[in-house]
Design a protein around this ligand. Structure first.
Ligand code: BTN
Length: 169
């Protein structure tokens, strides 16, 4: 093998190794977590703020699950390729609770993005005496899902909660 070919292969190999940690992790898009919940994050703006929608697969209530709005902020990917972030999901349209998530967006050794998060869920309780039981804690791992049309997958997966209207006679 010629000297120049060898140099070229070496350069390409070094670039491939380097790019694993260099690949930027962007939050916008569709994500699914280990519980099967879906989350769509719309565009992240220039100051790192974002909004989106969450469709949880589980609930501590007996209500029909509805899509819920989320709002958050991530650190700049100019500073660090694998940014930390936080967001809040307001479940108010079917529950009396709110969840805050914090986490970091990583790129794994197969160049796949993965969100490692921890959350606190605060539910409403009727009195100060019940405050002790108002908070749950847990973790979730999210991986990216392909999404071609904004909002479509969350819309298609959301259960229809209304009582069916009887057909007119
Ligand atoms: C509720 O049951 O009061 C609202 C839904 C809460 C869903 C929680 S939030 C943390 C965990 N991760 C999910 O994807 N769903 C549950």
């Amino acid at each position: 093998m010629g000297k120049s070919n060898f140099s070229l292969i070496l350069t390409l190999a070094l670039m491939a190794v380097g790019s694993t940690s260099e690949r930027k992790c962007e939050l916008s898009g569709l994500w699914r977590n280990d519980l099967g919940s879906l989350m769509e994050i719309y565009a992240v703006n220039s100051t790192g703020e974002f909004s989106g929608e969450y469709l949880t697969s589980v609930t501590a209530t007996s209500s029909c699950i509805l899509r819920s709005p989320l709002k958050g902020a991530q650190h700049s990917t100019q500073q660090r390729a694998q940014p930390v972030f936080g967001f809040t999901v307001n479940w108010e349209n079917f529950s009396n609770s709110t969840t805050v998530f914090v986490g970091q967006c990583f790129v794994d050794e197969k160049r796949k993005e993965i969100l490692r998060t921890m959350w606190l869920l605060r539910e409403h309780v009727g009195s100060l005496g019940d405050n002790w039981r108002a908070t749950r804690v847990g973790t979730n791992i999210f991986t990216r899902k392909r999404n071609l049309v904004r909002g479509k997958i969350l819309h298609d997966h959301a259960p229809s909660c209304g009582t069916p209207v009887p057909a007119a006679q």
